[in-house]
Design a protein around this ligand. Structure first.
Ligand code: FEO
Length: 402
């Protein structure tokens, strides 16, 4: 189906990218969609566009509803090229169209495209543009997740066009949240949040405050399905994620060379497996960074293990830590562990890295030379039990704050 009716006079005209598997390092194992929305009114408006290679498909979808040349406005909520890439071609086919965007977005667009001849009308929070029967109202949401990020609200339809916020990298033929299993959608929304938006939690909280006064019947993001039956659930989830609220969950992330660090990781996971505590054991070389970040979002405690390699750590663990440093989840408790042979590194290098994060260190690193013996494995189990205690306490404290 080229288009889908979303609300009265509002149609999805986006593009489903079924086979994309790498979205600038995001593991898009389910593909994605680039959502654009056409509002048919006295002055038709298009909300956002698609990646440049899919401009023709977007024009074809619009053309099934209206002559594209009749479009009067193109709202650019976000300048990232997966939503703005088709603008140059669209503006060639829509000579009457004015681009509506905020000042930072106009600057970002000028950095990407030759915008010299574009008609651009700057808008900002609280400003409105009438389409005739419907109104576009703009709400700046800076740093969710770029400086110019903005949402557009249609009060007559109680519809929020939310750009990346509330999105999911999820290619489907369905367009609505009640047409697919909710747990899958929430997991994909969580993955999206963790990998794209996690570092900007305070900005997200401000954006949620700005949206709190709106009557919201439908939220239509720029990726994935439209929320119409579970608006309350995705808003509540964003509140939790914005606060990086910890669950009683222990993640054991490790790499291993000759299975010694793997045995230590298993022992830590055994110790952490206490009633009420969720434990996950993740081999970082066999797991995408995307999934790893998704699990980190709500894990109260992390155990990070690597054997020594050339006095450092294994490269996959170094990549995982570099990614976590960028995402910077706050208030975790962490443990370093690992084996070594003829040279130190591994656990000690990880311990130094933990000290650079806004985290608590559980204890000194657990190290073993060559193979972990009975005592080392018991030390790992004891540390796992301590992590479980910390995770339960962090989750309980977080619940009290709600
Ligand atoms: Fe979907 Fe930040 O672009």
């Amino acid at each position: 189906m080229l288009t889908t009716h979303i609300r009265q006079g509002v149609h999805w005209v986006g593009y489903v990218d079924w086979n994309i598997r790498d979205f600038h390092s995001y593991d898009t194992h389910q593909g994605t969609t680039y959502n654009a929305y056409l509002i048919l009114d006295e002055r038709p408006a298009l909300i956002d566009t698609v990646k440049a290679p899919y401009a023709a498909q977007l024009l074809h979808s619009i053309g099934s509803l209206i002559d594209p040349a009749q479009v009067q406005y193109i709202v650019c909520n976000h300048a990232e090229p997966d939503h703005s890439g088709a603008l140059p071609e669209l503006l060639r086919q829509m000579p009457a169209a004015t681009v509506l965007c905020n000042k930072k977005c106009a600057a970002a667009l000028a950095g990407h495209f030759d915008t010299g001849r574009w008609k651009i009308q700057l808008v900002g929070t609280g400003e409105q543009v009438s389409l005739g029967r419907r109104t576009l109202r703009f709400i700046d949401t800076p740093m969710v997740h770029w400086p110019e990020s903005m949402c557009t609200y249609l009060p007559e339809e109680e519809l929020l066009l939310s750009m990346d916020a509330f999105g999911q990298h999820f290619a489907t033929s369905e367009r609505f949240d009640d047409e697919l299993p909710l747990d899958i959608l929430l997991y994909e929304a969580k993955a999206y949040y963790a990998n794209i938006i996690m570092p900007y939690g305070s900005a997200v909280a401000k954006a949620l405050d700005a949206l709190a006064g709106l009557s919201l019947r439908t939220i239509a993001p720029s990726h994935g399905v439209v929320w119409r039956s579970h608006v309350d659930k995705i808003l509540a989830a964003y509140r939790d994620w914005a606060a990086c609220r910890p669950a009683a969950k222990v993640l054991v992330l490790y790499d291993t060379m000759w299975e010694s660090t793997a045995a230590m990781a298993e022992a830590i996971a055994q110790g952490a497996s206490q009633p009420g505590v969720s434990v996950q054991l993740i081999h970082v070389r066999r797991t995408s960074l995307t999934r790893l970040a998704t699990e980190v979002l709500d894990a109260a405690c992390l155990a990070l293990g690597s054997p020594a390699l050339h006095r450092e750590m294994m490269p996959a663990m170094a990549a995982a830590l570099a990614y976590l440093q960028a995402l910077r989840p706050p208030d975790r408790t962490a443990l370093a562990f690992g084996s070594y042979g003829w040279g130190k590194g591994g656990a000690d290098t990880i311990q130094q890295w933990i000290a650079t994060m806004p985290w608590q260190v559980l204890r000194e690193p657990i190290r073993c030379q060559y193979r972990p013996g009975k005592d080392t494995l018991e030390e790992c189990r004891a540390a796992g039990r301590l992590l479980a205690e910390r995770a339960l306490a962090a989750a309980a404290a977080s619940l009290q704050q709600t």
